[in-house]
Design a protein around this ligand. Structure first.
Ligand code: HEM
Length: 136
């Protein structure tokens, strides 16, 4: 069987750049246009509490999870070290996403909005559960 062709395009660099750009853009959006972020707020709209959700979900499940997947290609050294970095970054992603989920749940509680009434919320929760089940 012929060997897979070598990719000369710097694809990992591009993927990392896109993750970084997305994280920077959502942070800027939350802080500059949406009134910032807070885990607890007296504001009636509770918007700063909600804003924690999209920011941490993207940084956690998209940017950091992507970085964790790339660890096998980007971290130099032994397979054991690559695996350790992969696991550590995925745990960080899981931790940040948990705070993001907790924030939107608390936002719904404080605004007296029902939970889990949209397709987004069910798909999101399913996605998070499958992500967490990967730990083996
Ligand atoms: C992988 C990433 C994400 C996951 C796993 C996720 C998960 C969830 C879950 C489980 C809820 C329901 C909370 C409740 O019922 O109390 C929710 C609500 C919400 N999320 Fe996300 N979310 C993600 C990303 C985002 C992003 C990036 C945005 C916005 C830019 C967003 C906007 C919302 C909004 C507006 C709600 C309230 C309405 C609703 O319940 O659907 N989410 N999310």
């Amino acid at each position: 069987m012929a060997a897979a062709p070598a990719v000369r395009f710097p694809v990992f660099g591009l993927v990392r750049l896109l993750g970084l750009a997305a994280a920077a853009a959502i942070l800027f959006w939350a802080v500059h246009f949406r009134g910032g972020m807070a885990l607890s707020t007296e504001e009636e709209s509770k918007l700063p509490l909600f804003n924690v959700h999209p920011v941490l979900m993207l940084i956690g499940l998209v940017a950091l999870n992507g970085e964790a997947l790339l660890a096998y290609k980007t971290v130099p050294g032994t397979k054991k070290l690559k695996k350790l970095v992969h696991l550590a970054v995925q745990f960080l992603a899981m931790f940040l996403s948990l705070i993001g989920l907790w924030a939107v749940w608390k936002f719904h509680d404080e605004r007296k909005i029902d939970h889990l009434y949209t397709l987004h919320s069910w798909l999101g929760l399913t996605c998070f559960i499958f992500f967490s089940l990967q730990v083996d």
